[in-house]
Design a protein around this ligand. Structure first.
Ligand code: ADP
Length: 334
C-alpha cells in the first residue's frame, strides 16, 4: 500500500448525508502510509461533532477493510466559512477552471481570449462568464477594458458585460492602490460571494481563472461549487511543466476532469514541447501551442482581447479553435 492507494481507499468514504466522497470534497489534507500505519488528516468546515465522529468511524472501518490494522485519524475543525457542499450557481450550466502551476504563464491572457472567443459564437453573447479568482493580483479587468465598479441590485453584484462576456473580479471592487490582504478564510469568503452573490444570469459556461498553484482559492472554489473541468496553462520549459503537473494534481484528487493543456509562449526563446509532455504526464489532451506574440500582449494591455480586436488573425483563429474544442469537451462532460 502506498499513499496513492491509501487516497483511493478513502474515496469509498462518503461525507455523511451526501453521495460525494471526502476526497472529492477536498477534505483530506494528508494521507500517509508508513510501516503498516495509516495517518489521515482531515480539515472540516463544520462544527457539528457528529459529523467528525461519523467520519472517524467510517474511515477506520473502510481502512480496516482494506487490510490496514493501524489507523490514526486527525480531524481539524475550521470555522465554517465555506460549506463543504458544492452548490451549483443558479443558471450556470458549466464551470471550467483555468489553472497553472505558477504565475506569469499567460493564464489571464488566455482566459480572457478564450472567454471572448466563446462569447463570439452564435447565440452565446452574454452567456459566457469570467470569474477572476486571482485575488492577489487581479489583471483581468484591465485586459477586458473594465474599470467601473459593478452595480448592486439588492444583495447581488451585477457583473459588467463587455465583448459578450460577464466578468467579476476583486479588481473591480477594490481600489487599485489599496493593499490586498485577503488571505486564508478571507479568500474563501470572497470567492464564495462570487459564486453566491453575483447575478450571473443564464450562462452556458463560466470560466474561472484560478490563482497559480494549489492554494486556498482552489479549495474554496471546488468546495463552494461543482467544477466541471479544468484547463491547464503551461510554458514550454521543462521546469514549468513539473510545476504545472503539481498544480494539476489537486484536480485529479478532487475528481475534476482535466480537459487539456495549452502551451503558451511557445517557440523562441523558450522552446516547445513542455505542453505536450505535461498533457502526456497528466493523461489528458494537448489543446495547442500559443506562440510568444507581441499583438497578444498589446491587445491585453489595451483592454481589447486579440480575438476581438483581430478575430481573423492566425493567432486568434488558433485561440478560437482551442475555445471550440473546450466547448465540445465540456458538452461531453456530464
Ligand atoms: P498570468 O495570468 O499567468 O499571471 P498574464 O496573462 O498576466 O499571466 O501574462 C503575463 C504577461 O505576459 C502579460 O504581460 C501578458 O501580456 C504577457 N503574455 C501572456 N501570453 C503571451 C504571449 N503568448 N505572447 C506575448 N506575451 C504574452
Amino acid at each position: 500500500m502506498d499513499n496513492e492507494s491509501l487516497l483511493n481507499a478513502l474515496k469509498h468514504v462518503k461525507y455523511p448525508g451526501y453521495t460525494r466522497d471526502i476526497v472529492s470534497f477536498g477534505l483530506v489534507r494528508e494521507a500517509r502510509f508508513d510501516k503498516g500505519h495509516a495517518t489521515i488528516a482531515l480539515s472540516l468546515a463544520t462544527t457539528d461533532p457528529d459529523i467528525a465522529a461519523q467520519l472517524r468511524t467510517d474511515i477506520e472501518k473502510t481502512l480496516h477493510h482494506s487490510g490496514i490494522p493501524k489507523v490514526t485519524v486527525d480531524i481539524a475543525i475550521n470555522a465554517p466559512v465555506a460549506a463543504p457542499t458544492p452548490t451549483p450557481i443558479n443558471g450556470v450550466r458549466h464551470i471550467i477552471a483555468i489553472a497553472s502551476g505558477k504565475g506569469g504563464v499567460g493564464k489571464s491572457t488566455l482566459a480572457t481570449n478564450l472567454a471572448c472567443a466563446l462569447a463570439a459564437q452564435p447565440g452565446r453573447a452574454g452567456r459566457i462568464g469570467l470569474l477572476d479568482s486571482d485575488i492577489y493580483g487581479p489583471s483581468i479587468p484591465l485586459m477586458m477594458g473594465l474599470a467601473e465598479r459593478p452595480e448592486v441590485e439588492g444583495e447581488h453584484l451585477l457583473p459588467p458585460e463587455r465583448f459578450g462576456v460577464k466578468t467579476m473580479s476583486l479588481g473591480l471592487l477594490i481600489d487599485a492602490d489599496a493593499p490586498v490582504i485577503w488571505r486564508g478564510p478571507m479568500v474563501q469568503k470572497a470567492l464564495r460571494q462570487f459564486t453566491t452573490h453575483v447575478a450571473w444570469g443564464e450562462l452556458d459556461i463560466l470560466l474561472a481563472d484560478l490563482p497559480p498553484g494549489t492554494g486556498d482559492a482552489h479549495l474554496a472554489l471546488i468546495q463552494a461549487t461543482p467544477v466541471d473541468g479544468a484547463v491547464i496553462i503551461t510554458t514550454p520549459q521543462r521546469a514549468a511543466t513539473t510545476v504545472a503537473q503539481r498544480g494539476a494534481m489537486l484536480f485529479a484528487q478532487t475528481n475534476i476532469p482535466l480537459l487539456g493543456v495549452i502551451e503558451n509562449m511557445s517557440g523562441p526563446p523558450f522552446g516547445t514541447g513542455g505542453g505536450e509532455a505535461t498533457a502526456r504526464a497528466l493523461k489528458t489532451e494537448f489543446l495547442g501551442h500559443i506562440p510568444l506574440d507581441a499583438t497578444l500582449r498589446q491587445s491585453g494591455d489595451q483592454g481589447i482581447p486579440l480575438v476581438h480586436s483581430a478575430p481573423e488573425s492566425p493567432l486568434s483563429r488558433k485561440i478560437i479553435q482551442i475555445a471550440l474544442r473546450i466547448l465540445e469537451k465540456t458538452a461531453l462532460t456530464p
